[in-house]
Design a protein around this ligand. Sequence first.
Ligand code: SAH
Length: 395
Amino acid sequence: MIHPRLFLKPGREKSLLRRHPWIFSGAVERIEGEVEAGAEILVADAKGKILAVAGYSPASQIVARVWSFDPDEKIDAAFFRKRIAAAVDYRRRLGLMDVEGGCRLIFSEGDALPGVVADRYGEFAVVQFLSAPAERCREIVADELTALGLKGVYERSDASIRRKEGLPERSGVMRGAEPPAEITVTEAGDIFAVDVRRGQKTGFYFDLRDARQLVRRLAPGKRVLNAFSYTGAFGVAAMKAGATGVVNIDSSRPALRAAERNYELNGLAAPECVCADVFDELRRRVASGEKYDLVILDPPKLVASQRDLVRGCRAYQDLARLGFMLTSPGGFMLNFSCSGLMTMELLEKVTASAALEAGVAPVLAGTVRQAADHPVALAVPEGAYLKGRLNFIGI
Ligand code: SAH
């Protein structure tokens, strides 16, 4: 069989030679042969030298995602099985495969499976296929996860990003049992209830595992403000670790109801929850002169594309300024960005400007990144989407 070929414009093979797996539409000179969305395509430089085999994504700006830099590699079931096994093996070696807990099992480019995401919640897996090529291994992923001995595999390919790929949103049971409305996962002795069918993304943010550990370390004796709390995971971690109180703020009522359940599961008194827009609520609290010993700001992705960068930076800066104004002398302000386009350097600049505006002179007490089950391939630094900065304001 003659494979269809994608020829790059002269000079546009550079990133590929550095093993970066994305081919942007602007780098393509021409495509020879018939190729369907999600199917294999050979990628050649302008002179015709074949460099890689990729999955074709015609509706996306990233028109092809490399599966293998060995152009002879066959992209068949055995190929995907090997990649899935390697991803699971890594989590095992990280010590994240305990049945009571959970972790991300497959993280897209970080596991050389572009567009494929799988999270394990106890004995259930939740999967997302976020690109046309990812659809190719859909059944294989479901089979392999089932073969791990899990009770069920549930699909949550209902992310809006699928529309950019020209794919319909889809969710439902793929294998085994329907997941219960509440699955509990244990992390460092804290219990979290997850609704994998209706929760955000796949239900819970395992990427914040290290951040929660940082919060546990800082929490004893502190009064905490947890902005963008979602289901109150930071709140539970802080209270269990000895915080004197946590105010959780989120605009989602279901998320705050889930926070109440999480507190209850951990034997904590009912949480203090405020259902409001964080920007408004923080302004109100600044106006009434409130102060906290630890302020956590974990907004959703505020920069989705290069076009949003300036506006997004302003929003991050605004939040950080309000966060600093709410931090007591001797207190910490932990601000996050989960936007891939917002680098740690950019977040640093924005946070420094916010400190100036707030009239404080913080020091950097540490940084935190996405947990290790969200690996970043060195060739694909864009995978490092989550960054947190721990700022300390002296007395
Ligand atoms: N820190 C959370 C995850 C945050 S996800 C955790 O530990 O699990 C981002 C959250 O921000 C979502 O729950 C979403 O409902 C909320 N959110 C988004 N925009 C908001 C806004 N303007 N005001 C309040 N909450 C908002």
